[in-house]
Design a protein around this ligand. Structure first.
Ligand code: ASP
Ligand code: MG
Length: 244
């Protein structure tokens, strides 16, 4: 089984039209004979909005309930994307962290993935389904919902790619790859064709928000090639992040 993991960030799934655009990327990979595991973020600014609402109640909320609250954004995206896929006659199933399960430690708000169950996803792929996973969330050994830290859906995607020995993890975003500086702010920022895990980690430690820090470390450890590309430019080749 040739498995590709495709991760779509918040800006790539922010409305219905964009969700259907995501379906086209999924279909294209499937038409090339690949089984696709999709990982999604919350739509647009949903997570920020949930945190804002939480702050209206308590500035220092109970950390367990914080994770229960902020984890819901991703689940909304999984359901909607599966509905879009089914509309296009692409059989799909949404899976939340607990259903897989993605087991983490109990460090609410910044949990670390310890183990990923394989059986459920393999079974669904074998049935010909597109598996749509809620990023950013897991459960601890006591079945409490946990989240992986802001931007953590990248980490979910790469951890799944490592667990399933995927050929690649494609991270779809609103920029066409990894740039020397933020291309939205600096006009002559240079786009990299390839970049090493170490250089990417260095950029991320210096504040670049392209990829979640932990995701790069997992990719390096398990040698998962990542392609960062735009979900909007269909000819985007993006940037390869790999052991180079
Ligand atoms: N929705 C979460 C956040 O906004 C996780 C993610 O998008 O990767 O931080
Ligand atoms: Mg992100």
């Amino acid at each position: 089984m040739n498995i590709i993991v495709q991760k779509f960030g918040g800006s790539s799934v922010s409305n219905t039209e964009k969700l259907f655009n995501v379906c086209r990327h999924i279909r294209r990979e499937q038409e090339e004979g690949n089984s696709v595991i999709v990982v999604v973020s919350a739509q647009g600014k949903t997570t920020d909005q949930l945190i804002k609402e939480e702050q209206e109640i308590a500035t220092l909320p109970n950390s367990r309930e914080h994770d229960v609250l902020v984890s819901v954004g991703e689940q909304i995206t999984t359901a909607k994307l599966c509905m879009c896929l089914e509309t296009l006659k692409i059989p799909a199933i949404s899976l939340a962290g607990w259903q897989i399960p993605i087991i983490t430690d109990s460090n609410y708000g910044n949990a670390e993935i310890k183990q990923i169950g394989k059986e459920r996803i393999y079974n669904e792929l074998a049935k010909g389904k597109t598996v749509v996973v809620a990023g950013f969330q897991g459960i601890d050994s006591e079945k409490n919902i946990t989240t992986l830290g802001r931007g953590g859906s990248d980490t979910t995607a790469v951890a799944i790619a490592a667990a399933f020995n995927a050929n690649r993890c494609d991270i779809y975003t609103d920029v066409d790859g990894v740039y020397s500086e933020d291309p939205n702010l600096i006009k002559d920022a240079i786009k990299f064709e390839t970049i090493s895990y170490d250089k990417m980690l260095e950029m991320s430690n210096n504040g670049a928000k392209v990829l979640h820090n932990k995701c790069i470390m997992i990719a390096k450890k398990f040698n998962v090639p990542i392609i960062v590309k735009s979900s909007f430019e269909h000819k985007s080749v993006g940037t390869l992040v790999a052991n180079i």
